[in-house]
Design a protein around this ligand. Sequence first.
Ligand code: ADE
Length: 227
Amino acid sequence: MRIDIVTGLPEIFKGPLDESMIKRAQENGSVTLSIHTLRDYTHDRHKTIDDTPYGGGAGMVLKPEPIFECIESLKRKRRYDEIIFVTPDGEQYTQTIATQLSLKENIIILCGHYKGIDERVREALVTKELSIGDYVLTSGELAAAVIIDSVVRLLPGTLHDSTSAMSDSFQDNLLGAPEYTRPPVYRSMKVPDVLLTGNHKAIDAWRQEQRMKRTAERRPDLLKKIT
Ligand code: ADE
């Protein structure tokens, strides 16, 4: 899979995308991440990527020209399955969308920031708008990093154990079961006996029961989605 990130703040991605699992996924070829800086698509001396909004008001709006030029140059090189704009007024991002995106070949993620982005970009270029939650970040870059992390970990060859992704919270609309590791007793807190039995059938049944219980307690809304 290839993900092209179009951004005014490329530095934000240095940390999150260069660590651990995402780094491994890039090294083993599961994903190619390419960051495109909007300033590289400007033509003025100050490399201006934003301007004041027509009609007045606070904040700055990302200009259309650098975004059009950047995305058009990408589209000349390959076909994109989706051009995603991350924005608080987009569709709510979920594990189901993460799974769908993990099956795509080429996607672009466009990050807005400051006050917003010229609407003509959304109308003419963007095919999908996603929000990572009902709160406002200062820029779309962190939202894009969240989406990339959750998609890349689903790609074959990224996790050590592919069954691990299958048992994730939300993958089947149930939260995950409690997990334990050694030691079996720590400060008089015991690991549940069933996990020490080696009886995989009993362990699976216990985990499923715990998942149902946890989901009912914490996220009863998810149980309604189970068919
Ligand atoms: N940009 C700013 N806030 C955001 C959010 N909650 N989701 C996606 N993009 C955003």
